[in-house]
Design a protein around this ligand. Structure first.
Ligand code: XMP
Length: 510
């Protein structure tokens, strides 16, 4: 495993991603983790990430100097490069002009870090400060016209620093540089192949939970379905799945979920019909955050009651969660100053249940979870399904929720999604859905005046859902979807297409 110490760079995710792509394990950790904690994790090497601070600031973020006494290979990237220089006695200055974007560097390719590269390399810089004097024992191994020490090395101590970012795709041979560090310098093991991963995960889970029964809350989404398939293979009838139907699912989705679990042959699968309870709790609530909170609390209440009920007949020792790697990175955040945009409702471990948590997908990225799902034999329609938020249609019906509005939206959304599946646009879109606007407008149908709701269609493309663009449909397809919705869905007389990026809008409407 390679430990990545997090100094707050927006590219940290990518460092872990590149190491994983190269086939080794990586873990993002707080920058001030103690030597004791690090030792327990048995890393083969350490990467100091980039970050927004300057090492010339008072109280600049840095690990304890003792970290070098672990005698592990270290690679510093950008701020991490400067941290190494600063801690070991080099000098860092802030020239008048920074370096942002593509640049060329000339590398000394006899060094193990740059082994296999030609001497001129296109790389990506994003920094103000530069190292102007190397620490004792270090040699320069790359230069750039405005950044003379673009990389440095102390081969004997196996400590390296690069001022540019090898983890971003704009650094042409970044993958090779990272792979050189991981394999040539750290001699890490290649043990992260997703192919054949199911076998490894199954035996790990079996070892972890032993003869105990496991409870899993499922949502119909990719992560929890893949996890159910995995746990079923590992533990058979010791797996108990609970699906809480809050009545805010897409049309026919509950039946689909039932069929999936039937196909998976999960014997202990329970659908809890809590539709009227949720509708009651949502009565008169139109503020988005209050809606999200009401749903979150009710969900936990229902789930807890189910767990207690279950415990009367079967002793449950473990609670499984479909937590994946990006969910966990949050806890290693260098700063906690991000503005809260929405309270995401995902099942937070009900502490009162006194169950041990098991998270077999905790080290996987979404695309790896998908590959695992395919390996476990789940159908492609499930694996490549667009994401669906925990609070379901509640965040797509603006304002107060009623049974009538849910039915209208389910019908409109179903037409929209089935048309874009037919036209083959579905696979090119990251997420598409219909939303119901809380206003009525005047129309005319068969010479009669109508006064009905407006449906807004949304389709976005994105890599990570942090920023999104709207999808460019053909006009004819939009025309077809719009006429089908107004003709077939009673209560709608107008359809609009949302052409807003994120930011400034978010994906969901509430
Ligand atoms: P926003 O609306 O925040 O959505 O731009 C980004 C992504 O997150 C999904 N989303 C949620 N997922 N629980 C979830 O599991 C939630 O409460 C939630 N809210 C938004 C959204 O569908 C999109 O994919």
């Amino acid at each position: 495993m390679i430990a990545i110490l997090n100094f707050g760079s927006q590219y940290n995710h990518l460092i872990a991603r590149r190491i994983r792509e190269a086939g080794a394990a990586a873990e993002i950790l707080p920058y001030n983790i103690s030597n004791g904690e690090l030792r327990k994790l048995k890393p083969k090497g350490i990467i100091f990430s980039g970050g927004p601070k300057s090492v010339n600031d008072k109280n600049f973020p840095a690990p304890n100097r003792e970290i070098f006494k672990l005698h592990l290979p270290v690679l510093g990237i950008c701020y991490g490069h400067q941290v190494i220089a600063k801690l070991l006695g080099g000098k860092i200055e802030t020239p008048k002009i920074g370096r942002f974007g593509k640049e060329y560097v000339f590398v000394k390719n006899h060094n193990p870090l740059f082994c296999g590269l030609s001497s001129k390399q296109k790389v990506w810089f994003s920094n103000n400060d530069i190292v102007t004097r190397l620490p004792k024992g270090f040699k320069n191994i790359a230069t750039n016209h405005s950044c003379p020490h673009a990389a440095m090395a102390n081969n004997k101590a196996r400590i390296y620093g690069v001022q540019f970012h090898p983890e971003v795709i704009h650094t042409e041979n970044g993958k090779k540089i990272i792979s050189n560090f991981v394999y040539k310098i750290c001699q890490a093991e290649k043990n992260q192949e997703v192919k054949g991963l199911s076998g490894k995960l199954i035996s790990e889970v079996q070892k972890e939970v032993g003869e105990n029964n496991i409870l899993l809350g499922v949502s119909g989404g990719v992560d929890s379905t893949v996890l159910a398939a995995l746990l079923h293979k590992a533990c058979g009838n010791k797996l108990y799945c609970v699906f809480v139907d809050h009545g805010l699912m897409r049309k026919n989705e509950v039946i689909e979920i039932k069929n999936i679990f039937k196909k998976l042959k999960v014997k202990n699968f329970k659908i809890v019909d809590a539709q009227s309870l949720f509708l009651n709790k949502l009565k008169g609530v139109s503020d988005p955050e209050k809606k999200r909170k009401a749903i979150g609390h009710t969900f936990i209440e229902v789930f807890e009651a189910q767990a207690k009920q279950l415990a009367k007949n079967a002793h449950i020792g473990y609670l499984a969660q479909g937590t994946i790697y990006p969910d966990r990175i949050e806890s290693a955040k260098a700063t906690n100053k991000a503005d809260k945009i929405k309270s995401h409702h995902n099942l937070t471990l009900p502490k009162k249940l006194n169950l041990t948590l098991v998270e077999p997908l905790r080290d996987l990225y979404k695309d790896e979870v998908r590959e695992l799902g395919l390996e476990l034999g789940l159908p492609k329609e499930i694996i490549y399904r667009h994401p669906f938020p925990g609070p379901g249609l509640a965040v797509r019906i603006l304002g107060e929720i009623t049974g009538e509005k849910i039915k209208i939206l389910q019908a409109a959304d179903d037409i929209y999604i089935s048309e874009i599946k037919k036209s083959k646009d579905y696979g090119k879109i990251s997420q598409a859905f219909a939303a119901l606007l809380p206003v009525k407008s005047v129309g005319v149908m068969g010479d009669m005046r109508t006064y009905s709701y407006i449906i807004s269609l949304r389709a976005v493309t994105t890599e990570d859902f942090m920023t999104c663009d709207w999808y460019h449909f053909g006009y004819e397809l939009l025309r077809k979807i719009s006429s089908r919705i107004v003709n077939e869905v009673k209560g709608v007389n107008r359809v609009v297409y949302d052409i807003t990026q994120k930011p400034p809008a978010t994906v969901e409407y509430e």
